[in-house]
Design a protein around this ligand. Structure first.
Ligand SMILES: NC(=O)c1ccc[n+]([C@@H]2O[C@H](COP(=O)([O-])OP(=O)(O)OC[C@H]3O[C@@H](n4cnc5c(N)ncnc54)[C@H](O)[C@@H]3O)[C@@H](O)[C@H]2O)c1
Ligand SMILES: N[C@H](CO)Cc1c[nH]c[nH+]1
Length: 432
């Protein structure tokens, strides 16, 4: 990284020791063979992998209305109110985003009318992760956003809990977010079921949502005949902080992200060595005393954490831009300086009052976000991902006179004589 960026004075107080799981050839092969098996053998293969990875082999993977109603009753009214709040914020923000996106029709030349229509994808499959934690908010992020975009058929899959069946509050969130069909199946087999159409499940046009490295790889391999939103794999955070920041608060934000799993990437970049050292001490203190999920967070901290000290904020910016992390928090005395210059992030959290957990759960911005550097070329999930921008043309005799000769000239030069005929025929007809 130093070579690429030509940085001179950066110091690593801590370096990641492990390569991301997604780069493992074994993981890729595993995903390829599961997808192939489900493609060829349908529901029997889904059953085989569901049993193998999740000890789950129900009569039907489809969740019925009675089970959904029971899940609602099993979810406390207080938690239901918080889930409803989150759904309103996420759906509301998505609707605001939708209102900025418009159909277009314009007369670009006399008699030449061009336009585009924003048309929702017809059928979407949402993956709602639930291996380590039942990510309740993920149901809202995918399903409610697809509905806000106007997708007519939204189906969703989540893995079973250890006791069997989808976690009650997660199932309540899936139903209340507007899923038209819900299936209890996890991992690669879930993506395959939705994409290929297995048993009575009609295939979807696009699969979306986050998940572990297997899920992210499955989406990557499925892409082509079926669309995907983006590659949203194991969670990441990069905190930009200077001398003015609160080391204990930053330590908590880093460990919260590490809580996701041993492969979560957590990074601190600072132009203050003393702040960086204080954060490391605070992390150690939390882990040794009272961090509630120390067991898993410690693994990510040991294996995947980096603490980088730079000579100045320009270099901090270069590092952050190069990493293009999923979540970027800025806690400095001049947050606007970074806000004006940062171009690579999944979602940005400005100032010490904002935090990743707000975005992850309920504030309204989407938490399905690009990982593994994908923020260099895409943002996170939003209504725009579900909308196709479809163009059209209408042309009068007046317009034909202007356009056809240029088209024919280009066709001749390309030696596409057939194309030239189609333009000249129209030109000639309008002469008569
Ligand atoms: N980038 C984002 O926007 C975003 C958002 C939310 C969550 N996440 C990430 O989602 C992930 C959730 O992961 P999770 O594992 O808890 O849940 P998950 O639902 O993604 O994966 C669970 C499934 O993985 C499959 N699986 C487990 N081991 C396997 C193996 N060896 N081979 C094949 N399949 C296997 C099982 O079928 C299981 O059902 C976390 O890494 C989290 O950081 C990312
Ligand atoms: N941090 C995840 C996005 O990578 C989303 C999430 C939800 N809850 C906790 N985390």
């Amino acid at each position: 990284m130093e070579k690429e960026l030509l940085l001179q004075d950066i110091i690593y107080l801590k370096r990641a020791e492990q390569e991301p799981e997604s780069e493992s050839p074994l993981l890729r092969q595993t995903v390829t063979s599961i997808l192939k098996d489900v493609h060829e053998n349908g529901i029997e293969a889904v059953r085989k992998y569901s049993q193998q990875f999740d000890s789950w082999n129900p009569v039907s993977f489809r969740v019925d209305a009675e089970t959904i109603e029971r899940a609602k009753q099993e979810t406390s009214p207080e938690l239901r109110a918080s889930i409803d709040f989150a759904r309103e914020q996420v759906h509301g923000f998505a609707m605001h985003q939708r209102s900025t996106m418009k159909d277009l029709e314009v007369e670009t030349l006399p008699g030449v009318v061009l336009g585009h229509k924003l048309i929702p994808v017809n059928a979407v499959g949402c993956y709602v992760p639930g291996g380590r934690y039942p990510l309740i908010a993920s149901a809202i992020m995918t399903i409610a956003t697809a509905k806000a975009a106007g997708v007519p058929r939204v189906i969703a899959c989540a893995p079973p809990t250890k006791e069997g069946g989808i976690h009650a509050a997660q199932l309540y969130a899936m139903a209340t977010a507007g899923a038209d069909e819900i299936y209890c199946v996890g991992g690669v087999q879930a993506l395959a079921l939705m994409s290929y159409g297995v048993d009575n499940v009609q295939p979807v046009d696009m699969v979306v949502g986050a998940g572990n490295a297997f899920v992210a790889e499955a989406k990557r391999q499925i892409f082509g005949p079926v669309g995907i939103d983006l590659l949203a794999g194991p969670s990441e955070v990069l905190v930009i902080a200077d001398e003015s920041a609160d080391a204990k608060l930053i330590a908590a934000d880093l460990l919260a992200q590490a809580e996701h799993g041993p492969t979560s990437q957590v990074i601190l970049v600072s132009d203050s060595e003393s702040l960086a050292k204080n954060v490391i001490n605070e992390v150690d203190l939390w882990l040794d005393t009272s961090w509630p999920t120390a067991e898993v967070s410690r693994q990510a901290w040991q294996n995947r954490a980096e603490v980088i000290v730079c000579a100045n904020r320009d270099e901090v910016l270069k590092i952050a831009e190069n990493i293009a992390s999923e979540h970027v928090e800025v806690q400095t005395s001049d947050d606007e300086w970074f806000f004006d210059r940062l171009t690579n992030y999944g979602s940005l959290f400005l100032g010490a009052r904002s935090t990743v957990a707000y975005g992850d759960k309920a504030i309204g911005t989407n938490h399905v976000l690009p990982t593994g550097g994908a923020a260099r070329y895409t943002g996170g999930l939003g209504v725009s991902k579900f909308l196709k921008t479809l163009t059209y043309q209408k042309i009068s005799a007046e317009g034909t006179k202007i356009v056809a000769p240029h088209v024919a000239d280009i066709c001749d030069a390309e030696m596409m004589a057939g194309h030239a005929i189609t333009a000249r025929m129209r030109f000639d007809r309008d002469q008569n």
